[in-house]
Design a protein around this ligand. Structure first.
Ligand code: CAA
Ligand code: NAD
Length: 293
């Protein structure tokens, strides 16, 4: 089955990037958000990103126009009924995802493939909210989606082999390098990355070094493009906190436990770059300043 029409649910950090790369790859994309304001914000963000690529010469003006004509936004879930594939990128909470997939299951035809971009939640547990576990899998993209080359393709014990293979090919069509993984929380990347990020917060809590020095150390000492606290702000502290809870729940290992400081920051709404404040203050986005703790 050729994937022509893609539904993307959620247009935050990840959904906007997923919508963009699907449209660039020639799919027609219908993005769903919860309010007209968020639909508008999502579409404007994608337009801005495509315009930036044209300015930099990585995309032609004609390609940008073609991508834009393939993009639509809606608040109505039932409009996703004739999609070949629906990719979910909403908040990292199981009840919300199960409720969404259960509704989609009664809206979409039996052929529609469902994929979740979850960072940590069991794909099997989401699939069990539907009557199509064979046509359900994980497609885990990385932030920022238009730039990062990887997609983890996650198969459950119930995913049809043909559907899995089709999604591996779809990942390639998006210009990504697919890796195959089984349904264990965190898959490959987050199983390794999340304990590292949480340890950076613990180092800060224990007074090992300042925010800037923790970040500089991993950038200059290990060649990482961003220090861990900057990366936490980039990913979202709320999202990381939810991921840590899911992984700790599954593995019961201290390395996955969310540090109290992370919890306090999320409770305060300091969710990172998207909230204007996390480990850094983004009042001047080009010149973030470390916060006082
Ligand atoms: N959307 C689209 N493109 C973006 C972008 C965005 N949000 N941010 C940066 N870019 C593009 C820029 O346009 C630029 O493109 P060109 O090379 O064509 O000019 C390129 O990325 C590099 O950007 P900059 O020169 O502005 O900045 P940089 O060199 O510092 O790179 C970065 C930015 C690519 C984000 C880099 O800092 C980086 O790789 N950071 C680490 C990102 C990372 O680890 N991501 C994974 C997070 S974990 C995850 O996603 C999984 C999960 O479940 C939590
Ligand atoms: P985000 O907070 O930036 O965006 C989530 C969006 O989903 C919000 O705009 C919200 O309005 C919308 N939403 C919530 N419920 C909805 C619904 N029922 N229908 C439509 N829209 C709905 O979050 P994000 O960072 O984009 O994360 C989304 C998913 O992607 C999560 O599962 C997360 O774990 C995963 N993920 C995140 C990253 C990252 O670096 N942030 C990387 C890979 C995967």
């Amino acid at each position: 089955m050729a994937i022509e029409k893609v539904g993307v649910v959620g247009c935050g950090l990840m959904g906007s990037g997923i919508t963009q790369v699907c449209a660039q790859a020639g799919c027609s994309v219908l993005m769903r958000e919860v309010s007209p304001e968020l639909v508008e914000k999502g579409l404007r963000g994608i337009e801005k990103n495509l315009a930036r690529m044209v300015e930099k010469g990585t995309l032609s003006a004609a390609e940008r126009e073609r991508a834009l004509t393939r993009l639509l936004g809606t608040t109505r879930l039932d409009e996703l009924k004739d999609c070949d594939l629906v990719i979910e990128a909403i908040v990292e909470q199981l009840p919300a995802k199960r409720e969404l997939f259960s509704s989609l299951d009664s809206i979409c035809g039996p052929q529609t493939i469902f994929a979740s971009n979850t960072s940590s939640i069991s794909i099997t547990e989401m699939a069990s909210a539907t009557k199509r576990p064979g046509r359900f899998l994980g497609l885990h993209f990385f932030n920022p989606v238009p730039v990062m080359k990887l997609v983890e393709v996650i198969r459950t014990i119930a995913t049809d082999a043909a559907v899995f293979d089709e999604m591996v090919e779809f990942g390639k069509r998006l210009g990504k390098t697919p890796v195959c993984t089984s349904d264990r929380p965190g898959f490959i990347v987050n199983r390794l990355l999340v304990p590292y990020l949480l340890d950076a917060v613990r180092a800060l809590e224990e007074g090992v070094a300042s925010i800037v020095d923790v970040d500089q150390s991993m950038k200059l000492g290990c060649g990482h493009p961003m220090g861990p606290l900057t990366l936490l702000d980039f990913v979202g502290l709320d999202t990381t906190y939810y991921i840590a809870n899911v992984m700790f729940d599954e593995f019961k290992e201290r390395r996955f436990a969310p540090p109290p400081l992370l919890k306090r920051m999320v409770l305060a709404g300091w969710n990172g770059r998207k909230a204007g404040r996390g480990f850094y203050d983004y009042s001047d986005p080009k010149n973030p300043k470390p916060i006082e703790l």
